[in-house]
Write a protein that binds this ligand. Structure first.
Ligand SMILES: [Zn+2]
Length: 250
């Protein structure tokens, strides 16, 4: 039975007295179209970014999804209850330790409004990624003036630099410690778009997940600070942000 307030009440009054009824707020079902559109696009973006679908999906939920704070006794393992969640601290209440979690709604539980927020977010991410690829290929192939190509060469990371960086970082993502191949020694501390040079002092090894988080995540600042400290630690006093940026008349 679906209807207005009055219709529902009238209908309820006509039912058997011993029957139990349940009233819910009606939410129109989401079209399957929206769902399959989302996953098709998500899959494409995951391929371009070279991360797996689930990782990207969770990142999108964190950015464009619906979140709820949930507190649970600390010794309860919540991994069976929630699919998408992050720990968000703990506190003591009446002598018991409670852990707090940010729990994200899965896309299958979303109503059509929530789903369209998620889809719009994904579409924006794709646009951004497309623009980034455009500017990248333009600076290489078009003649945007000699200055531009000089700069883009200086910001490029050569295979030799990658080799040095990868070995310096023990062939691991400097953030999470995951072992990665040499191609991942490709994360600029000062971004290419800001004239960041492709020299070991400005480049670190990051796995695809951490690299994505550094570029587009919620806490890009945390990653940037982490990388800065890492490089400072390694190169000592002589490491200086100013030396990492392309200067016209070098
Ligand atoms: Zn990592």
């Amino acid at each position: 039975m679906i209807g207005t307030q009055k219709e529902v009440i009238n209908w309820a009054l006509e039912q058997d007295k011993d029957k139990k009824l349940e009233i819910k707020i009606y939410r129109p079902k989401r079209g399957l179209k929206a769902n399959s559109y989302y996953w098709e696009l998500e899959n494409e973006l995951a391929n371009v970014l070279r991360i797996d679908n689930e990782t990207l999906h969770f990142l999108l939920l964190q950015k464009y999804g619906q979140v709820e704070m949930v507190s649970v006794l600390a010794d309860i393992d919540v991994s069976g209850y929630f699919k998408y969640y992050i720990e968000a601290g703990e506190s003591i209440l009446n002598g018991k330790i409670f852990k707090h979690y940010k729990v994200y709604k899965g896309s299958s539980e979303m109503d059509s409004r929530e789903m369209s927020i998620l889809i719009n977010g994904l579409v924006e991410e794709c646009k951004e990624q497309r623009n980034r690829n455009k500017t990248r290929s333009r600076s290489k192939s078009y003649v945007g003036g000699v200055e531009m190509s000089k700069r883009s060469n200086a910001c490029e990371i050569s295979p030799k630099t990658k080799e040095i960086v990868w070995n310096r970082d023990s062939q691991r993502c400097i953030y999470c410690g995951k072992w990665v191949t040499k191609t991942f020694a490709n994360a600029h501390y000062i971004k290419r778009s800001q004239g960041g040079l492709g020299i070991p002092e400005n480049v670190v090894t990051l796995c695809s997940e951490c690299h994505y988080q550094e570029d587009h995540g919620l806490n890009t600042q945390i990653y940037e600070d982490y990388i800065e400290n890492y490089l400072k630690n390694y190169y000592g006093e002589s490491w200086n942000k100013e030396k990492l940026i392309y200067k016209k008349y070098n």
